[in-house]
Design a protein around this ligand. Structure first.
Ligand SMILES: Cc1ncc(COP(=O)(O)O)c(C=O)c1O
Length: 488
């Protein structure tokens, strides 16, 4: 491959951490150079294609960083005429806390290292991860239920409500979990949250003390790791194999206060935690007097095989906190989820939540309760499951027979994404960047590992593909585009 051409300006020193949002980091690096004068007004920035080649990232990533700089007035330019650093007088300098010296407090410092990347904007594209088929959501029904609630709301529900959540919704969630997961819990054990992320974050705030070690799957859901790290935890990455989290490695890792796991469909590898490992994990928690946070983020999507009982259903010692979400079956922006807690933890969690935000907004809770009670929820789950299955089939059937350096696609029994290994990090980067060039979102598995992971770089390589976000026809188009981009 020819070496990228030298750039007209010195951008040496830009180092992007593949585990964090690349566009955001690039935007920040360029903004910093503009603000401290290293990139003077009028300087022409390199073409997005050249910069992408130099940094080994997708051109779209560079374009997103440029767009953000453009939107904030740091650069100006026209399509085809280049991008220039704006006149400094016209630049609105951000508050000093955002661009000045490193913040002094521990939490602020930890946030510099542990935060979510810029969310991907715009309507979903193939093969975006973490996004369900929200084009199928019955908005008419939701609007009708919503209008009915707001037309004559019961005054008793309009004051400060129970921080644990709306009573009717908690009852319905408990009944749903009983039927769908065999998880027998009392409505009083349920705390309604703003999605799974808030549930995980509450666990971090309340169960972890600064310096505690927290075991997380590696590779795993980085946003959970960030929530624990920001609470002061030392993250301990635990390997995942064909049976899920390696519980022997967990035991060898020594004392941990808590383990965060995704047993029903490991994120992102897609493995199901075996029954033997489930029992070993519960035994570990009991011996270590530790907590288990069980994140069942996409449990509604199982296509074949029998789902195993959640850890929370097997737990006899009150060590498991179960996290569920409505966001993968409805749409992420709904921000509605729940925790099922050991009885002794309900009160502290509700109190903590009250200090944060009192409680979730009543309209969404009440409408969701009605949506479940009237049977729309179950109907919608069936529809979402069968749609995701057929989108999965479209990806599996249309995937190129051989992609050099890439293992064959796995059998996919659950979830909204799949994960496939690639034989080197360089090849992963090449495949991801080429896909980005033709507007197809393909995620590198290497982004899901802890930054300080001891696993050799090439063993972290792979691709993660979400298959549920767009209809079959668009999946077929994206696959065509990939064949072109990957020269197959
Ligand atoms: C493993 C995992 N847990 C939790 C979440 C967050 O879900 P929510 O949108 O409900 O916060 C996600 C979102 O992608 C996820 O992948």
């Amino acid at each position: 491959m020819p070496l990228p051409a030298p750039l007209p300006v010195d951008l040496s020193g830009i180092r992007l951490d593949p585990a964090l949002g690349l566009a955001r980091q690039l935007y920040q690096a360029l903004r910093e150079r503009i603000l401290d004068g290293r990139l003077a007004s009028g300087t022409r920035l390199p073409a997005s294609r050249d910069l992408a080649a130099l940094l080994g990232i997708a051109r779209n990533t560079v374009i997103r960083a440029f767009d953000q700089l453009y939107a904030e007035g740091y650069v100006e330019g026209r399509v085809g005429a280049g991008t220039y650093v704006a006149e400094l007088a016209a630049v609105v300098r951000p508050p000093s806390a955002l661009c000045g010296a490193a913040p002094a407090s521990g939490p602020l410092q930890r946030l510099q290292q542990h935060h979510l990347g810029q969310p991907l904007e715009g309507a979903p594209r193939a093969f975006r991860v973490g996004v369900p088929a929200f084009d199928l959501f019955p908005f008419e029904t939701w609007a009708r239920l919503s209008a009915r609630f707001w037309r004559r709301p019961d005054p008793a529900r309009l004051g400060y409500g129970d921080p644990a959540g709306d009573a009717q919704l908690r009852e319905l969630v408990a009944a749903y979990l009983r039927h769908s997961r065999g998880l027998h819990c009392d409505p009083a054990q349920i705390v309604i949250t703003c999605g799974a992320q808030q549930a995980i974050s509450l666990c971090a705030q309340l169960l972890v003390e600064a310096g505690d070690r927290v075991a997380i799957e590696n590779p795993g859901y980085r946003a959970a790791g960030h929530a624990f790290a920001v609470a002061g935890a030392q993250l301990q990455g635990i390997a995942v194999d064909g049976e899920g989290l390696d519980t022997a490695a967990l035991t060898r890792a020594g004392r941990c206060r808590l383990a965060y796991v995704t047993p029903s469909h490991q994120y992102p590898t897609g493995v199901t935690l075996s029954l033997a490992r489930r029992l070993a994990l519960l035994d570990w928690a009991e011996r270590q007097d530790a907590w288990i946070v069980e994140d069942d983020y996409d449990g509604e999507y199982r296509y074949s095989g029998t789902p195993l009982a959640p850890l929370a259903a097997l737990d006899r010692r009150g060590r498991v906190l179960y996290v569920g979400t409505f966001c993968k079956i409805t749409f992420p922006a709904l921000r509605l989820g729940y925790l099922v807690l050991p009885a002794t933890l309900v009160e502290p969690f509700a109190r903590r939540r009250a200090l944060d935000m009192r409680h979730s907004e009543i309209g969404t809770q009440a409408v969701m309760a009605e949506f479940i009670a009237a049977g729309h929820f179950q109907r919608h789950i069936r529809r979402m499951r069968s749609t995701a299955r057929s989108r999965r089939d479209a990806l599996l059937a249309g995937w190129p027979r051989q992609v050099p350096g890439c293992a064959p696609l796995p059998v996919v029994e659950a979830g909204l994404h799949l994960c496939v290994r690639v034989d080197s990090l360089a090849r992963e980067r090449e495949l991801v960047a080429a896909a980005g060039e033709v507007g197809v979102e393909v995620n590198g598995l290497s982004d899901y590992w802890l930054v300080n992971s001891e696993v050799p770089e090439d063993r972290r390589a792979g691709l993660v593909l979400g298959f549920a976000a767009v209809p079959e026809a668009r999946i077929a188009e994206a696959l065509q585009a990939l064949r072109r981009a990957w020269k197959l």
